[in-house]
Design a protein around this ligand. Structure first.
Ligand code: XMP
Length: 544
């Protein structure tokens, strides 16, 4: 199914992103109720869209609507005859563009609030809270996060919910399907927020749903075939991680042998990873795989580099170079075969497969806002500017757990689907100083013990991601009767739904004890183990 056909089969919600850190959660909530949606920057003009949305949601934003730099919604949004729901800044945009007044609140309102829904008796306006059961006290708990608020209603609008401090917490146009909510229904701290979004999508927009991960597969396979044409060939990196494995399997289903999976040993992989991945991919998935040992090239370029962003860029760029060289080699081999054996000419290798996920896209290249570049994930922002290969990213719309669901649907074995993610720049962003062979060896050994013990304790599947970071500091210790002066490693384990926010994992103390004892006894060069108790935010999952 092409993207255009997708829109004609599934009613689509358009989410216009004004840069809020929560924007992606609106997408998520729509998908959870089996509704197809697409999020585009708020600068998107409706007239330039090739499809017609069945409803539009305006996200929140870090801006104030009066800020001279602030982004504004395309006025066509309000005249297209499509229902609109504005969230937080979205509500303020609606109010401002219809003649209401928005002012700075004396204090930023942040946290829980109880709203009281007011029945207006006007059927169309009451649909936003229709069917939502109120709590015992008659209110609804919601999450607020705003500095400005609406202080006077625009003409033709009415209040449909309020709080004691915010009389216009939720508003509706008297005759058109335009709604605004000051709170954030998309966050889990608004327990019934998903129902409010569902009420808008289903009651107001009249979308019944029906989109699911099952429908993603044929759609994406068709899109890949359309992009690649009859003969186009694709080269793609596989790392043994869930994302690249799922992307590779999808590619294999779509274009068979025209997809060439390449595993590059960049020298900063986990212990024995190259061999393990080779076996997994060839044995379990039947994907045609070439393993390239480029470790000397990568380590040579990483010599003396400590800056995390530089490490990412070097690794990202070197990856592309290695791929381009491999693509040229494959093409030369195909030409030689044609000369020698005749037959039909193969297409060019024009595409590079990347297993980029939605959170990578948001964190690397979001519309200006707090979610603007946090790290240049190498598979999104760190590519060569003059790269010859074009990118193909079948998972770009998906969250991690959605990729796992997709993996299960594609019959990828459970132990592969359940693997913790591993970043493209590998151990280079877990060594906090210079990346040397000695440092890699220490980290590989410590990490291997850590994961081994987590598995032995039966905790692997409860943790979203666990790894060791090697710190560039030395501490004094004692071994036998001898003073030691060795390095410190930090253990990290997090639980998270989508890696945008994360909590540190609470280990049973005896598990940490065993891990620490094994690492300090078995790994030469480490005499101290610390556990990282930082959530995201303010930390990130990786240390670099
Ligand atoms: P952060 O550290 O940004 O990590 O909170 C969130 C998730 O992304 C992974 N990560 C990366 N993945 N290239 C990748 O392919 C990168 O440069 C990169 N940096 C972080 C990280 O392991 C976690 O799963």
């Amino acid at each position: 199914m092409s993207a255009e056909e997708m829109h004609s089969v599934y009613d689509t919600i358009l989410i216009l992103d004004f840069g809020s850190q929560y924007s992606h959660l609106i997408t998520r909530r729509c998908r959870e109720i089996n509704v197809y949606c697409e999020m585009l920057p708020c600068t998107q003009k409706l007239k330039d869209l090739k499809w017609k949305p069945k409803g539009i949601i305006l996200s929140g934003s870090p801006y104030s609507v009066y800020d001279p730099e602030s982004p504004h919604v395309d006025p066509d949004v309000f005249t297209a005859g499509v229902p609109v729901l504005g969230i937080c800044y979205g509500l303020q945009e609606i109010a401002l563009s219809h003649g209401g007044k928005v002012e700075a609140h004396s204090q930023r309102e942040y946290g829980y609030a109880k709203i009281k829904v007011e029945k207006t008796g006007i059927a169309h306006a009451d649909r936003l809270y229709d069917g939502i059961e109120m709590e015992e006290d008659g209110g609804l708990q919601v999450w607020m996060s705003h500095g400005d608020q609406l202080t006077s209603l625009p003409p033709n609008f009415m209040t449909i919910a309020s709080t004691p401090t915010s009389p216009f917490t939720s508003i509706a146009h008297k005759s058109q399907d335009i709604f605004g909510v000051q709170f954030h229904p998309e966050v889990s701290h608004s327990p019934k927020g998903k129902e409010v979004i569902a009420a808008f999508v289903k009651n107001v927009c009249g979308i019944q749903g029906g989109w699911s991960m099952d429908s993603f597969i044929p759609k994406e396979i068709a899109r890949i075939r359309e992009i690649c044409g009859e003969k186009g060939q694709v080269i793609g990196a596989v790392s043994g991680g869930v994302d690249s494995t799922v992307a590779a399997k999808l590619m294999h289903e779509a274009i068979g042998d025209r997809f060439h999976a390449i595993m590059v040993d960049n020298g900063v992989l986990r212990k024995d990873e190259g061999a393990k991945v080779h076996e997994m991919l060839t044995k379990n998935l039947g994907v045609n795989l070439t393993v390239i040992d480029a470790s000397e090239l990568f380590l040579g370029r990483l010599k003396g580099v400590e800056d995390p962003e530089k490490k990412r860029k070097i690794i990202g760029n070197t990856f592309i170079e290695v791929f381009e060289a491999e693509a040229a080699k494959l093409e030369a081999a195909a030409e030689k075969e044609l000369e020698e054996k005749g037959g039909e000419a193969k297409g060019k290798i024009e595409w590079l497969l990347q297993g980029t996920l939605y959170p990578d896209v948001i964190e690397s290249i979001s519309f200006k806002g707090p979610s603007a570049t946090i790290k240049t994930h190498h598979n999104v922002g760190g590519l060569l500017e003059n790269m010859k290969l074009k990118l193909i990213e079948p998972l770009r719309e998906l969250f991690k757990d959605e990729v796992r669901a997709l993996g299960r649907l594609l019959d990828i074995p459970a132990h592969l689907v359940g693997r913790h993610p591993f970043p493209g720049p590998g151990l280079a962003i877990r060594i906090l100083g210079e990346v040397t062979k000695d440092q890699i060896k220490i980290l590989q050994q410590a990490d291997d013990i850590y994961i081994d013990e987590i598995r032995a304790a039966g905790l692997y599947d409860q943790i979203s991601q666990a790894f060791v970071a090697l710190l560039p500091v030395k501490a004094v210790g004692v071994a036998g009767d001898m003073r030691t002066y060795d390095q410190v490693v930090a253990l990290r384990a997090v639980s998270t739904e989508d890696f945008m926010t994360a909590d540190w994992f609470v280990f049973p103390p005896q598990v940490l004890k065993k891990i620490s004892s094994r690492i300090t006894n078995e790994v030469k060069g480490v005499n101290r183990v610390v556990y990282d108790v930082t959530s995201k935010p303010p930390g990130t999952v990786e240390w670099l």
